[in-house]
Design a binder for this molecule. Structure first.
Ligand code: NAD
Length: 425
Protein backbone atom coordinates (compact mmCIF):
# COMPACT_ATOMS: atom_id res chain seq x y z
CA UNK A 1 0.00 0.00 0.00
CA UNK A 2 1.28 3.48 -0.81
CA UNK A 3 1.63 5.77 2.18
CA UNK A 4 3.09 9.09 3.30
CA UNK A 5 5.40 8.91 6.32
CA UNK A 6 4.24 11.12 9.20
CA UNK A 7 6.69 13.78 10.43
CA UNK A 8 8.04 13.11 13.93
CA UNK A 9 7.34 15.79 16.51
CA UNK A 10 10.31 17.92 17.60
CA UNK A 11 10.69 18.66 21.28
CA UNK A 12 13.81 20.81 21.53
CA UNK A 13 14.17 24.59 21.51
CA UNK A 14 13.42 25.76 18.00
CA UNK A 15 16.17 27.81 16.30
CA UNK A 16 13.70 28.96 13.71
CA UNK A 17 11.51 30.54 16.36
CA UNK A 18 14.69 32.17 17.64
CA UNK A 19 15.17 33.59 14.15
CA UNK A 20 11.64 35.02 14.10
CA UNK A 21 12.22 36.64 17.49
CA UNK A 22 15.19 38.52 16.05
CA UNK A 23 13.23 39.39 12.92
CA UNK A 24 10.50 40.93 15.06
CA UNK A 25 13.01 42.90 17.10
CA UNK A 26 14.72 44.27 13.98
CA UNK A 27 11.37 45.14 12.36
CA UNK A 28 10.47 47.08 15.49
CA UNK A 29 13.80 48.97 15.55
CA UNK A 30 13.35 49.79 11.91
CA UNK A 31 9.82 51.05 12.49
CA UNK A 32 8.50 48.76 9.75
CA UNK A 33 4.84 49.43 8.93
CA UNK A 34 2.38 46.68 9.79
CA UNK A 35 1.51 46.23 6.10
CA UNK A 36 5.09 45.64 5.00
CA UNK A 37 5.71 43.49 8.07
CA UNK A 38 2.87 41.21 7.01
CA UNK A 39 4.16 41.03 3.44
CA UNK A 40 7.63 40.00 4.65
CA UNK A 41 6.35 37.56 7.22
CA UNK A 42 4.25 35.44 4.89
CA UNK A 43 5.70 33.19 2.19
CA UNK A 44 4.97 34.14 -1.43
CA UNK A 45 4.34 30.58 -2.58
CA UNK A 46 4.07 27.12 -1.00
CA UNK A 47 3.84 23.97 -3.07
CA UNK A 48 3.29 20.46 -1.70
CA UNK A 49 3.41 17.45 -3.99
CA UNK A 50 3.03 13.69 -3.67
CA UNK A 51 5.78 11.73 -5.37
CA UNK A 52 5.01 8.07 -6.11
CA UNK A 53 8.33 6.26 -6.57
CA UNK A 54 8.92 2.66 -7.60
CA UNK A 55 11.31 1.28 -5.00
CA UNK A 56 13.90 -1.38 -5.75
CA UNK A 57 11.59 -4.08 -4.38
CA UNK A 58 9.01 -3.20 -7.06
CA UNK A 59 6.60 -1.57 -4.61
CA UNK A 60 5.36 1.99 -5.01
CA UNK A 61 5.98 4.37 -2.13
CA UNK A 62 4.65 7.93 -1.98
CA UNK A 63 6.90 10.70 -0.66
CA UNK A 64 5.89 14.23 0.25
CA UNK A 65 7.82 17.00 -1.50
CA UNK A 66 7.70 20.66 -0.48
CA UNK A 67 8.98 23.86 -2.02
CA UNK A 68 8.44 27.23 -0.40
CA UNK A 69 9.31 30.55 -1.96
CA UNK A 70 9.39 32.97 0.92
CA UNK A 71 10.20 36.01 -1.17
CA UNK A 72 11.01 36.92 -4.75
CA UNK A 73 11.12 40.64 -4.13
CA UNK A 74 14.88 41.01 -4.70
CA UNK A 75 15.01 38.42 -7.48
CA UNK A 76 14.53 34.69 -8.11
CA UNK A 77 14.25 32.57 -4.98
CA UNK A 78 17.38 30.77 -3.83
CA UNK A 79 17.66 27.94 -1.37
CA UNK A 80 18.58 24.33 -0.79
CA UNK A 81 16.66 21.07 -0.96
CA UNK A 82 16.69 18.96 2.18
CA UNK A 83 16.19 15.19 2.14
CA UNK A 84 15.47 14.17 5.72
CA UNK A 85 12.94 12.10 7.66
CA UNK A 86 11.64 15.06 9.68
CA UNK A 87 11.05 17.58 6.87
CA UNK A 88 7.81 19.47 7.41
CA UNK A 89 6.16 22.58 6.03
CA UNK A 90 6.73 24.87 9.04
CA UNK A 91 10.43 24.15 9.04
CA UNK A 92 10.77 24.68 5.29
CA UNK A 93 8.84 27.96 5.54
CA UNK A 94 11.19 29.24 8.21
CA UNK A 95 14.31 28.09 6.37
CA UNK A 96 13.05 29.84 3.22
CA UNK A 97 12.66 33.10 5.17
CA UNK A 98 16.15 32.62 6.56
CA UNK A 99 17.45 32.52 2.97
CA UNK A 100 15.68 35.79 2.15
CA UNK A 101 17.53 37.57 4.95
CA UNK A 102 20.85 35.91 4.15
CA UNK A 103 20.78 36.89 0.47
CA UNK A 104 19.71 40.43 1.36
CA UNK A 105 22.52 40.86 3.92
CA UNK A 106 25.18 40.12 1.30
CA UNK A 107 23.28 42.16 -1.27
CA UNK A 108 22.90 39.51 -3.96
CA UNK A 109 19.87 39.75 -6.27
CA UNK A 110 17.95 36.80 -4.85
CA UNK A 111 14.89 36.15 -2.80
CA UNK A 112 14.66 33.19 -0.43
CA UNK A 113 13.35 29.68 -0.92
CA UNK A 114 13.73 26.21 0.48
CA UNK A 115 12.60 22.73 -0.42
CA UNK A 116 12.47 19.33 1.11
CA UNK A 117 11.38 15.77 0.67
CA UNK A 118 10.45 13.71 3.70
CA UNK A 119 12.58 10.61 3.24
CA UNK A 120 15.59 8.87 4.71
CA UNK A 121 18.28 8.94 2.01
CA UNK A 122 20.54 6.73 4.16
CA UNK A 123 18.09 3.89 3.76
CA UNK A 124 17.63 4.37 0.02
CA UNK A 125 19.65 3.07 -2.93
CA UNK A 126 21.25 5.48 -5.41
CA UNK A 127 18.62 4.44 -7.95
CA UNK A 128 15.74 5.20 -5.60
CA UNK A 129 17.23 8.60 -4.74
CA UNK A 130 17.72 9.38 -8.42
CA UNK A 131 14.08 8.55 -9.21
CA UNK A 132 12.97 10.69 -6.27
CA UNK A 133 15.08 13.68 -7.41
CA UNK A 134 13.75 13.39 -10.95
CA UNK A 135 10.13 13.06 -9.80
CA UNK A 136 10.51 16.04 -7.47
CA UNK A 137 12.03 18.10 -10.30
CA UNK A 138 9.20 17.27 -12.70
CA UNK A 139 6.60 18.03 -10.03
CA UNK A 140 8.25 21.43 -9.50
CA UNK A 141 8.91 22.12 -13.17
CA UNK A 142 6.79 25.30 -13.12
CA UNK A 143 8.25 26.44 -9.83
CA UNK A 144 11.96 26.12 -10.64
CA UNK A 145 13.73 28.20 -13.25
CA UNK A 146 16.91 30.30 -13.56
CA UNK A 147 14.77 33.44 -13.30
CA UNK A 148 12.23 32.07 -10.84
CA UNK A 149 13.63 29.72 -8.24
CA UNK A 150 17.12 28.24 -8.10
CA UNK A 151 17.61 25.26 -5.77
CA UNK A 152 20.88 24.04 -4.25
CA UNK A 153 22.03 21.23 -1.97
CA UNK A 154 21.13 21.07 1.72
CA UNK A 155 21.10 18.28 4.32
CA UNK A 156 20.94 14.89 2.60
CA UNK A 157 21.61 16.19 -0.91
CA UNK A 158 24.81 17.14 -2.77
CA UNK A 159 26.33 17.65 -6.23
CA UNK A 160 25.06 14.26 -7.43
CA UNK A 161 21.42 15.16 -6.74
CA UNK A 162 21.89 18.62 -8.28
CA UNK A 163 23.25 17.00 -11.46
CA UNK A 164 20.10 14.83 -11.73
CA UNK A 165 17.89 17.85 -11.09
CA UNK A 166 19.65 19.87 -13.79
CA UNK A 167 19.40 16.94 -16.23
CA UNK A 168 15.69 16.38 -15.62
CA UNK A 169 14.87 20.09 -15.88
CA UNK A 170 16.95 20.35 -19.08
CA UNK A 171 15.23 17.34 -20.67
CA UNK A 172 11.81 18.79 -19.92
CA UNK A 173 12.83 22.02 -21.68
CA UNK A 174 14.64 20.39 -24.58
CA UNK A 175 17.87 22.25 -23.89
CA UNK A 176 20.67 22.42 -21.36
CA UNK A 177 19.74 24.77 -18.54
CA UNK A 178 22.54 24.54 -16.00
CA UNK A 179 21.66 27.86 -14.31
CA UNK A 180 18.51 26.27 -12.84
CA UNK A 181 20.45 24.85 -9.90
CA UNK A 182 23.72 25.51 -8.07
CA UNK A 183 26.07 23.24 -6.18
CA UNK A 184 26.58 21.14 -9.32
CA UNK A 185 29.70 19.09 -10.02
CA UNK A 186 32.42 21.20 -11.66
CA UNK A 187 32.05 19.49 -15.06
CA UNK A 188 28.37 20.45 -15.19
CA UNK A 189 29.03 24.12 -14.52
CA UNK A 190 29.80 24.10 -10.80
CA UNK A 191 32.01 26.94 -9.62
CA UNK A 192 35.59 26.79 -8.49
CA UNK A 193 35.85 27.99 -4.91
CA UNK A 194 32.38 26.75 -3.88
CA UNK A 195 33.69 24.02 -1.55
CA UNK A 196 35.68 26.42 0.62
CA UNK A 197 33.33 29.41 0.15
CA UNK A 198 31.45 29.22 3.45
CA UNK A 199 34.58 28.67 5.57
CA UNK A 200 36.28 31.45 3.64
CA UNK A 201 33.46 33.88 4.43
CA UNK A 202 33.78 32.90 8.10
CA UNK A 203 37.48 33.78 7.91
CA UNK A 204 36.86 37.13 6.18
CA UNK A 205 34.18 38.25 8.64
CA UNK A 206 36.21 36.97 11.61
CA UNK A 207 39.21 39.07 10.53
CA UNK A 208 37.02 42.13 9.94
CA UNK A 209 35.51 41.74 13.42
CA UNK A 210 38.94 41.22 15.00
CA UNK A 211 40.07 44.47 13.48
CA UNK A 212 37.15 46.28 15.12
CA UNK A 213 37.89 44.60 18.44
CA UNK A 214 41.62 45.31 18.06
CA UNK A 215 42.57 41.65 18.31
CA UNK A 216 45.84 40.88 16.55
CA UNK A 217 45.37 37.64 14.55
CA UNK A 218 49.00 36.70 15.14
CA UNK A 219 48.44 36.72 18.88
CA UNK A 220 44.94 35.27 18.85
CA UNK A 221 43.67 31.81 19.70
CA UNK A 222 40.64 30.11 18.25
CA UNK A 223 38.36 27.11 18.82
CA UNK A 224 36.24 25.59 16.06
CA UNK A 225 33.27 23.31 16.72
CA UNK A 226 32.54 20.96 13.81
CA UNK A 227 35.17 19.71 11.40
CA UNK A 228 33.12 19.19 8.25
CA UNK A 229 33.04 21.44 5.21
CA UNK A 230 32.56 24.75 7.03
CA UNK A 231 34.57 24.06 10.21
CA UNK A 232 37.65 22.55 8.62
CA UNK A 233 37.90 25.24 5.94
CA UNK A 234 37.38 28.01 8.47
CA UNK A 235 40.02 26.49 10.76
CA UNK A 236 42.52 26.11 7.95
CA UNK A 237 42.03 29.63 6.57
CA UNK A 238 42.14 31.23 10.03
CA UNK A 239 45.33 29.33 10.77
CA UNK A 240 46.79 30.61 7.49
CA UNK A 241 45.96 34.16 8.63
CA UNK A 242 48.00 33.73 11.81
CA UNK A 243 45.52 32.47 14.43
CA UNK A 244 46.46 29.60 16.68
CA UNK A 245 43.66 27.02 16.51
CA UNK A 246 43.86 25.36 19.91
CA UNK A 247 40.72 23.25 19.74
CA UNK A 248 38.63 21.47 17.10
CA UNK A 249 35.79 18.99 17.37
CA UNK A 250 33.45 16.75 15.48
CA UNK A 251 30.87 14.12 16.30
CA UNK A 252 33.67 11.93 17.80
CA UNK A 253 34.61 14.53 20.45
CA UNK A 254 36.67 17.69 21.03
CA UNK A 255 40.47 17.91 20.83
CA UNK A 256 42.72 20.46 22.52
CA UNK A 257 46.38 21.46 22.15
CA UNK A 258 47.55 24.67 23.81
CA UNK A 259 50.43 24.91 21.31
CA UNK A 260 48.01 24.94 18.41
CA UNK A 261 46.69 22.13 16.23
CA UNK A 262 48.21 21.60 12.80
CA UNK A 263 45.01 21.92 10.76
CA UNK A 264 46.35 20.52 7.47
CA UNK A 265 47.50 17.47 9.38
CA UNK A 266 44.13 17.12 11.14
CA UNK A 267 42.30 17.36 7.78
CA UNK A 268 44.59 14.70 6.28
CA UNK A 269 43.94 12.50 9.32
CA UNK A 270 40.16 12.95 9.02
CA UNK A 271 40.20 12.22 5.29
CA UNK A 272 42.10 8.99 5.84
CA UNK A 273 39.89 8.03 8.81
CA UNK A 274 36.40 7.71 7.27
CA UNK A 275 35.78 11.44 7.72
CA UNK A 276 36.15 11.62 11.52
CA UNK A 277 38.75 12.84 14.02
CA UNK A 278 38.25 9.72 16.19
CA UNK A 279 41.66 8.66 17.52
CA UNK A 280 43.41 11.90 16.48
CA UNK A 281 46.77 12.10 18.28
CA UNK A 282 47.79 15.71 17.55
CA UNK A 283 45.86 16.97 20.59
CA UNK A 284 44.38 15.66 23.84
CA UNK A 285 40.73 14.68 23.83
CA UNK A 286 38.53 16.77 26.14
CA UNK A 287 36.37 14.74 28.50
CA UNK A 288 33.27 16.69 27.50
CA UNK A 289 33.06 17.95 23.87
CA UNK A 290 30.92 20.94 24.94
CA UNK A 291 33.98 22.23 26.92
CA UNK A 292 35.29 23.53 23.60
CA UNK A 293 32.69 26.27 23.71
CA UNK A 294 33.84 27.46 27.13
CA UNK A 295 37.59 27.60 26.45
CA UNK A 296 39.63 30.71 27.12
CA UNK A 297 40.11 31.70 23.47
CA UNK A 298 39.78 34.94 21.52
CA UNK A 299 37.61 33.57 18.73
CA UNK A 300 34.97 30.85 18.85
CA UNK A 301 33.56 29.40 15.63
CA UNK A 302 30.52 27.15 16.08
CA UNK A 303 30.35 25.34 12.73
CA UNK A 304 28.50 22.11 13.47
CA UNK A 305 24.85 22.15 14.48
CA UNK A 306 22.18 24.53 15.72
CA UNK A 307 21.38 25.51 19.26
CA UNK A 308 24.70 24.88 21.02
CA UNK A 309 25.03 28.26 22.74
CA UNK A 310 22.02 28.51 25.01
CA UNK A 311 21.00 29.94 28.38
CA UNK A 312 22.63 26.79 29.78
CA UNK A 313 26.18 27.79 28.86
CA UNK A 314 26.22 31.37 27.50
CA UNK A 315 27.44 32.80 30.80
CA UNK A 316 30.44 30.45 30.72
CA UNK A 317 31.67 31.55 27.32
CA UNK A 318 35.02 33.32 27.50
CA UNK A 319 35.69 34.09 23.83
CA UNK A 320 35.70 37.76 22.85
CA UNK A 321 34.26 37.02 19.45
CA UNK A 322 31.85 34.38 18.13
CA UNK A 323 31.63 33.83 14.38
CA UNK A 324 28.69 31.63 13.44
CA UNK A 325 29.66 29.17 10.72
CA UNK A 326 26.60 27.02 11.50
CA UNK A 327 23.00 28.10 11.02
CA UNK A 328 21.30 28.95 14.30
CA UNK A 329 24.02 27.94 16.79
CA UNK A 330 22.90 30.57 19.33
CA UNK A 331 19.43 30.65 20.86
CA UNK A 332 17.63 33.98 21.12
CA UNK A 333 17.67 33.79 24.90
CA UNK A 334 21.47 33.36 24.91
CA UNK A 335 21.84 36.57 22.86
CA UNK A 336 21.05 38.73 25.86
CA UNK A 337 23.68 37.02 28.01
CA UNK A 338 26.37 37.36 25.36
CA UNK A 339 25.48 41.03 24.87
CA UNK A 340 25.71 41.68 28.58
CA UNK A 341 29.13 40.08 28.64
CA UNK A 342 30.24 42.30 25.75
CA UNK A 343 30.91 39.35 23.43
CA UNK A 344 30.53 40.23 19.76
CA UNK A 345 28.67 37.62 17.69
CA UNK A 346 28.94 37.78 13.91
CA UNK A 347 25.55 36.20 13.14
CA UNK A 348 24.95 33.22 10.88
CA UNK A 349 23.06 35.17 8.20
CA UNK A 350 26.23 37.22 7.70
CA UNK A 351 29.10 34.91 8.73
CA UNK A 352 28.10 31.86 6.67
CA UNK A 353 26.72 33.73 3.63
CA UNK A 354 29.94 33.07 1.67
CA UNK A 355 28.34 29.83 0.47
CA UNK A 356 25.29 31.40 -1.12
CA UNK A 357 27.50 34.18 -2.51
CA UNK A 358 29.57 31.71 -4.50
CA UNK A 359 26.39 29.86 -5.49
CA UNK A 360 25.31 33.17 -6.97
CA UNK A 361 28.64 33.30 -8.84
CA UNK A 362 27.96 29.81 -10.16
CA UNK A 363 24.63 31.02 -11.58
CA UNK A 364 26.29 34.14 -13.04
CA UNK A 365 28.97 32.02 -14.74
CA UNK A 366 26.35 29.60 -16.11
CA UNK A 367 24.40 32.51 -17.57
CA UNK A 368 27.55 34.01 -19.06
CA UNK A 369 28.59 30.63 -20.43
CA UNK A 370 31.99 31.29 -18.92
CA UNK A 371 34.20 29.94 -16.15
CA UNK A 372 35.97 32.13 -13.64
CA UNK A 373 39.28 31.22 -12.05
CA UNK A 374 39.32 30.33 -8.35
CA UNK A 375 41.30 33.52 -7.77
CA UNK A 376 38.51 35.65 -9.28
CA UNK A 377 35.81 33.83 -7.33
CA UNK A 378 37.70 34.27 -4.04
CA UNK A 379 38.54 37.91 -4.66
CA UNK A 380 34.93 38.81 -5.45
CA UNK A 381 33.41 36.81 -2.63
CA UNK A 382 35.93 38.26 -0.14
CA UNK A 383 34.89 41.74 -1.24
CA UNK A 384 31.18 40.98 -0.88
CA UNK A 385 31.70 39.48 2.58
CA UNK A 386 33.84 42.39 3.76
CA UNK A 387 31.36 44.97 2.41
CA UNK A 388 28.48 43.12 4.06
CA UNK A 389 30.35 43.07 7.36
CA UNK A 390 31.02 46.82 7.17
CA UNK A 391 27.43 47.53 6.27
CA UNK A 392 26.12 45.52 9.23
CA UNK A 393 28.69 47.07 11.57
CA UNK A 394 27.57 50.55 10.53
CA UNK A 395 23.95 49.60 11.18
CA UNK A 396 24.93 48.25 14.62
CA UNK A 397 26.45 51.63 15.46
CA UNK A 398 23.60 53.64 13.93
CA UNK A 399 20.80 51.75 15.67
CA UNK A 400 22.84 50.93 18.78
CA UNK A 401 22.07 47.22 18.52
CA UNK A 402 24.18 44.03 18.52
CA UNK A 403 25.54 42.75 15.20
CA UNK A 404 22.81 40.12 14.95
CA UNK A 405 19.94 42.56 15.07
CA UNK A 406 21.90 44.89 12.81
CA UNK A 407 22.16 42.12 10.18
CA UNK A 408 18.39 41.64 10.28
CA UNK A 409 17.89 45.40 10.08
CA UNK A 410 20.08 45.61 6.95
CA UNK A 411 18.25 42.68 5.36
CA UNK A 412 14.71 43.73 6.21
CA UNK A 413 15.38 47.33 5.23
CA UNK A 414 16.65 46.24 1.81
CA UNK A 415 13.71 43.93 1.08
CA UNK A 416 11.16 46.41 2.46
CA UNK A 417 12.56 49.31 0.39
CA UNK A 418 12.62 47.19 -2.76
CA UNK A 419 9.06 46.07 -2.11
CA UNK A 420 7.93 49.66 -1.61
CA UNK A 421 9.57 50.75 -4.88
CA UNK A 422 8.05 47.85 -6.79
CA UNK A 423 4.67 48.52 -5.25
CA UNK A 424 1.87 46.15 -4.34
CA UNK A 425 -1.38 45.48 -6.15
P1 NAD B 1 29.21 18.82 7.45
O1 NAD B 1 28.25 17.69 7.49
O2 NAD B 1 30.25 18.88 6.38
O3 NAD B 1 29.99 18.90 8.85
C1 NAD B 1 29.37 18.91 10.10
C2 NAD B 1 30.45 18.66 11.15
O4 NAD B 1 29.89 18.80 12.44
C3 NAD B 1 31.05 17.27 11.12
O5 NAD B 1 32.42 17.37 11.42
C4 NAD B 1 30.31 16.55 12.24
O6 NAD B 1 31.06 15.45 12.78
C5 NAD B 1 30.21 17.67 13.22
N1 NAD B 1 29.20 17.51 14.26
C6 NAD B 1 27.94 17.03 14.13
N2 NAD B 1 27.33 17.07 15.32
C7 NAD B 1 28.22 17.59 16.20
C8 NAD B 1 28.18 17.90 17.56
N3 NAD B 1 27.09 17.67 18.28
N4 NAD B 1 29.29 18.45 18.14
C9 NAD B 1 30.39 18.70 17.42
N5 NAD B 1 30.48 18.43 16.11
C10 NAD B 1 29.41 17.88 15.51
O7 NAD B 1 28.31 20.13 7.44
P2 NAD B 1 28.73 21.60 6.97
O8 NAD B 1 28.38 21.76 5.54
O9 NAD B 1 30.10 21.90 7.43
O10 NAD B 1 27.66 22.47 7.78
C11 NAD B 1 27.87 22.82 9.14
C12 NAD B 1 26.89 23.92 9.53
O11 NAD B 1 27.09 25.03 8.67
C13 NAD B 1 25.42 23.57 9.39
O12 NAD B 1 24.71 24.28 10.40
C14 NAD B 1 25.04 24.13 8.04
O13 NAD B 1 23.67 24.41 7.94
C15 NAD B 1 25.86 25.39 8.04
N6 NAD B 1 26.11 25.95 6.71
C16 NAD B 1 26.80 25.23 5.77
C17 NAD B 1 27.06 25.80 4.52
C18 NAD B 1 27.86 25.07 3.48
O14 NAD B 1 28.17 25.69 2.45
N7 NAD B 1 28.26 23.82 3.68
C19 NAD B 1 26.58 27.09 4.23
C20 NAD B 1 25.89 27.80 5.20
C21 NAD B 1 25.67 27.21 6.45
Amino acid sequence: MAYIEPAPIKDKENPLESMMERFNLAAQKLGLSEEVYNVLKNPAKQVIVSLPITMDNGKIKVFEGIRVIHSNILGPAKGGIRFAPDVHLDEVRALAAWMTWKCAVVDIPYGGGKGGVRCNPREMSAGEIERLVRAYTLAMIDVFGPDKDIPAPDMGTGPREMAWLMDEYSKAHGMTVNAVVTGKPLVLGGSLGRTEATGRGVMVTALAAMQKLKINPFQATCAVQGFGNVGSWAAQLLEERGLKVVSISDISGAYYNSNGINIQEAIAYRDGNKGTLEGYQGAEKLSNPMELLELEVDVLVPAAVEDVITIGNADKIKAKLIVEGANGPTSAKADAILNEKGIMAVPDILANAGGVTVSYFEWVQNRLGYKWTAERVNRRSDRIMKDAFDHVYQAAVKYDVPMRIAAYIVAIDKVAKTYTFRGGF
